[in-house]
Ligand binder design. Structure first.
Ligand SMILES: C[S@@+](CC[C@H](N)C(=O)[O-])C[C@H]1O[C@@H](n2cnc3c(N)ncnc32)[C@H](O)[C@@H]1O
Length: 322
């Protein structure tokens, strides 16, 4: 049996018998006007961070969500989209699709604005999406892609890239881990399926995205997620896992490489009203400008004593250079 089949088995079971502790989200349940998340959806929240960001959802986007779980984030996307088949949900486990369908019926009872027809559920695989090329504005996945081994991760990202329209965005949340993991952890199919032993260091995760062509990457959040300890897992050292929220935008790849925003800012505090680097970046005096890591490197190389460049905050929320 391949690890992909083990993964399907784990989530077949999690669809039939909801398991509150299966994944450990640190996000509070959303409280937006008129939005009620049914209890069963909360119990079936098998994600880590959030992929629903209102600023991605202007201009009536066509939304794709891969790996539906109990349907909570699809309901949250539908809150903003509110149209028939506005959100497409794809999952390879029939029992999970059935469970989420049932949960949407419950959501209808608790949310007068919501209709199940807002969600278009499709059986399909992340590695071969049942969708046309360039048909989606916003694609999302939460806590699925970290399970995939390198070749499958590449395929899954290529599929997302294929179905996105130019300048469309892929919004993701996954565990990441900066420590090396031993082979026993890496090869444990169940721990991998449970989103515990497949995670990559953040720079490798970002590289996987830029390697398939995404020209702009935004690291939006980075938070504590889980500990693998020697008493409970096959490891001799404590392993610390974080959850990240990342958006990858299908912008053309710049000639000098991708723009990766990790939450850095530059502040000019010199003699003039502004500093112009003649490469399209104007720093107004004493006003922080969000910059990508590439611009941060270029500004640092100037060696000036009137520009401050902050560390990465891993909390980028729009604007700035590029
Ligand atoms: C960790 S759960 C995350 C569920 C949901 N995104 C959430 O945040 O609660 C992974 C989901 O991906 C589905 N899944 C597993 N393998 C898949 C595949 N190869 N293609 C599509 N979906 C898959 C599972 O059935 C499950 O719904």
């Amino acid at each position: 049996m391949s690890y992909l089949e083990t993964t399907r088995d784990v989530y077949r079971e999690a669809a039939l018998t909801p398991d509150v502790g299966l994944c450990c989200t640190t996000n509070p349940v959303w409280e937006l006007p008129g939005l009620k998340i049914p209890q069963i959806m909360q119990e079936m929240n098998y994600g880590c961070g959030s992929t629903v960001h209102p600023r991605d959802l202007g201009n009536n986007p066509k939304i794709l969500y891969v790996g539906v779980g109990g349907g909570m984030e699809l309901l949250q996307f539908a809150y903003f989209s509110r149209q028939k088949k506005g959100v497409i949900g794809v999952d390879s486990v029939s029992e999970m699709l059935d469970a989420s369908r049932k949960n949407f019926t419950e959501a209808e009872k608790q949310n007068p604005w919501f209709k199940s027809e807002f969600i278009d559920l499709r059986k399909g695989d992340a590695l071969s999406l049942p969708l046309e090329d360039e048909s989606i504005d916003v694609a999302a996945q939460n806590c699925l892609f970290n399970i995939f081994k390198a070749e499958d991760l590449k395929k899954a990202l290529e599929e997302m890239y294929r179905v996105l329209k130019p300048h469309g965005r892929l919004v993701m949340s996954d565990p990441v881990c900066e420590q090396g993991m031993n082979d026993e952890l890496r090869n444990d199919e169940r721990l991998r399926a449970l989103c515990l032993s497949g995670s990559l260091p953040l720079n490798e995760y970002v590289k996987a995205l830029t390697d398939v062509g995404f020209g702009t990457i935004e690291i939006r959040a980075r938070k504590p997620y889980r500990i693998l300890d020697p008493k409970n897992y096959p490891t001799s050292e404590l392993i610390y896992i974080e959850a990240v929220e990342v958006a990858a935008i299908k912008d053309p790849m710049p000639e000098d490489g991708p723009c990766v925003f990790t939450g850095k800012a530059a502040i000019y505090y010199g003699e003039n009203d502004y500093f112009d680097d003649k490469k399209g970046h104007i720093l107004l005096k004493n006003q922080p400008l969000a910059i990508c890591d590439k611009t941060a490197g270029d500004l640092a190389k100037l060696g000036r004593d009137d520009i401050y460049i902050s560390e990465s905050t891993f909390h980028y929320d729009g604007g700035g250079c590029c």
